[in-house]
Design a protein around this ligand. Structure first.
Ligand code: GAR
Length: 221
């Protein structure tokens, strides 16, 4: 189902917000039929908040350290998000483990981006772990969020080669380049009504995507 108004999107961040910037740029250039209606960070004074302010987007801080439990924080976050009536919630470097109640509330309308070829390397420090394991390829996955950490159905996956002499930093930079093209693409498909989650599967144009989602990028030289 395509829609006539721009899709209302809330973006959650914890840090630099380079993926947020890719979405802001896509919106500004008219490539993404979305309106980013708010950016919420669980950390104060991060670059991503500046990026939102520079783009004229409401930028809010909800400091998780001020809440006595994960549940209390997620309830407050949900209330804050829902004031903006988003049709899609985008986790863009939001470094929090989410409660099942929160993830269920946004089921089918919340994306995350994770810097690995899921289901490999869930969790943190993915670039270093890939190097330590001697892998020849690495990448990034956009997926629908479900209660299982980094476990929801993949939407798009992009691969990059691991090169001789790579450090976690050089590898992260190569992965991030892919992030900045696949995240806007996933958001665009969703905004166009082409992408949905049904019975735990991601569907593109009503066809189930494979276990790694739509595949992009190449590790061939
Ligand atoms: C991105 O590389 C994203 O893949 C990662 O955090 C970074 C945020 O960068 N996310 C995770 O590790 C989630 N588990 P950004 O703030 O510049 O968009």
């Amino acid at each position: 189902m395509s829609q006539t108004h721009p899709l209302r999107v809330v973006v959650l961040i914890s840090g630099s917000g380079s993926n947020l910037q890719a979405l802001i740029d896509g919106q500004k250039q008219g490539e993404l039929p979305v309106e980013i209606v708010a950016v919420i960070s669980n950390r104060a004074a991060v670059r991503g908040l500046q990026r939102a302010e520079q783009a004229g987007i409401p930028a809010l801080i909800l400091d998780h350290t001020q809440y006595e439990s994960r549940e209390a924080f997620d309830e407050a976050l949900q209330a804050q998000i829902d004031e903006y009536r988003p049709e899609l919630v985008v986790l863009a470097g939001f470094m929090r483990i989410l409660t099942p109640g929160f993830t269920r509330h946004y089921e089918g309308r919340m994306f995350n981006i994770h810097p690995s070829l899921l289901p490999k390397y869930q969790g943190l420090h993915t670039h270093q772990r890939v190097l330590d394991a001697g892998e020849s390829e690495h990448g990034v996955t956009v997926h629908f969020v479900t209660p299982e950490l980094d476990g929801g159905p993949p939407v798009i996956q992009a691969r990059v080669p691991v090169l001789e002499g790579d450090t976690a930093e050089t590898l992260a930079a190569r992965v991030q380049q892919q992030e900045h093209s696949i995240y806007p693409l996933a958001v665009k498909w969703f905004a166009q009504g082409r992408l949905q989650m049904k019975s735990g599967k991601a569907l593109l144009d009503n066809e189930p995507l494979g276990p790694q989602g739509y595949l992009m990028g190449t590790t061939q030289p």
